[in-house]
Design a protein around this ligand. Structure first.
Ligand SMILES: NC(=O)c1ccc[n+]([C@@H]2O[C@H](COP(=O)([O-])OP(=O)(O)OC[C@H]3O[C@@H](n4cnc5c(N)ncnc54)[C@H](O)[C@@H]3O)[C@@H](O)[C@H]2O)c1
Length: 342
């Protein structure tokens, strides 16, 4: 059984990936300070897999405490590094918090990768590194754009730090995953995304509007040059995303990588507009979404969707879920999370 450290294991993507890793026979050690999550996530994971996973509540910026976690375990085969702060508006208001947390946390964990001879590293990056690109679909070779916020800048810097680290340490390997727009929940409805401080992602906001904890949804701009005037994004189901992490880890463990540091886009390769996402939510919930069309929001990219051919070819990854599946599972989770399902 291969042992893996998952940083940010109590977060949205980390928790679903833990479920997938356990289902694929990995042993998981989670490190999450709960700065943007709670210990109850581990209970939700247990409800899904029927097994308790230990989380170490350690801040990655505290190198000594993190070292103590690594020293409790031998033969760690990989690190999947999710832990980061991810709110775009918060990063604009508090840039130093983002640079310190996301960059120092990354440098510390890479340092421990060296000290404890961990061979493989997987990094959560984001399509925000492409900035306001005009090239569609976006390929891995599409140049990075100007980072629209400090959060996106931490992802661009993070990628560069990993590339430099791997060139200086040729016995280590890394996969950088650029996620498009993750959404949805575990099909059981027992695990999903917690609405967090400063989070403006469309799907949690849509769910809150339908369940009634938010008065209505504001669509930022209805006059874009798109098929219905609203922005277009590439929504990827959280279970497809989790699966891509397990595949990336196996890809490195089995030595199938072509280079020591590789980059993959993770999106389904199709764009969905905000109005189409609203329709899919109405279909899944059987309720009307209360929304108003407001003005455009500064910094929003008009349309972005991935070319995912490289991940399909090298990782043998094929997304299984559609936008309807994303909304159905997100709605099931919303009912469970809020107690409305009872
Ligand atoms: N969800 C998205 O839309 C999205 C899109 C692209 C990239 N990403 C990236 O994917 C990763 C995971 O995102 P998520 O949606 O699961 O976010 P999340 O906020 O749900 O999870 C992140 C977890 O990391 C923990 N954490 C943060 N800083 C930490 C630190 N210094 N020490 C220990 N724990 C720390 C938080 O408590 C949280 O549980 C992040 O790196 C994020 O930037 C997310």
């Amino acid at each position: 059984m291969f042992k893996v450290i998952v940083s940010g294991g109590c977060g949205y993507i980390g928790s679903h990936t833990i479920v997938d890793l356990i289902n694929n026979g990995f042993e998981v050690i989670s490190v999450d300070s709960y700065v943007r999550s709670t210990a109850t996530v581990m209970d939700n994971i247990e409800a899904v897999i029927g097994k308790k996973i230990k989380n170490y509540p350690v801040d990655l910026c505290d190198a000594d405490s993190l070292r103590a976690v690594f020293s409790e375990h031998d033969d760690i085969k990989g690190i999947i590094h999710f832990a980061a702060l991810k709110s775009v508006p918060e990063s604009i208001k508090e840039p130093l918090l983002y640079y310190k947390n996301n960059i120092q946390g990354l440098c510390n964990i890479l340092q421990l990768m060296t000290e404890f001879s961990v061979p493989n590293f997987i990094f959560s990056s984001s399509c925000s590194v492409y900035g306001n690109t005009k090239e569609l679909p976006v390929l891995e070779t599409t140049p990075m754009g100007i980072a629209e916020c400090p959060y996106a800048a931490t992802k661009q810097m993070g990628e560069r730090i990993i590339e430099d680290y791997i060139s200086a340490n040729p016995d280590r390997k890394a996969v950088i995953l650029r996620y498009f727009n993750p959404g949805g929940a575990h099909p059981s409805g027992l695990l999903g995304e917690m609405p967090g401080k400063g989070i403006t992602n469309l799907i949690p906001v849509l769910m809150e509007s339908v369940i009634g904890t938010r008065e209505s949804l504001t669509v930022h701009g209805g006059d874009y040059p798109t098929r219905d005037g609203t922005c277009i994004r590439d929504y990827i189901h959280i279970m497809d995303l989790a699966d891509a992490h397990t595949r990336s880890l196996n890809y490195l463990l089995q030595g199938k990588n072509e280079n020591n540091c590789e980059l993959f886009n993770l999106g389904i390769g199709e764009g969905v507009s905000v109005l189409e996402a609203i329709k899919a939510t109405e279909k899944a919930s059987g309720r009307k979404v209360p929304y108003v069309i407001g003005p455009r929001r500064a910094g929003d990219v008009v349309a972005i969707y991935a070319d995912n051919f490289r991940a399909a070819e090298r990782l043998n990854w094929k997304p299984q879920y559609s936008i309807d599946d994303i909304m159905e599972s997100a709605w099931k989770w919303e009912l469970y999370r809020t107690g409305a399902a009872k």
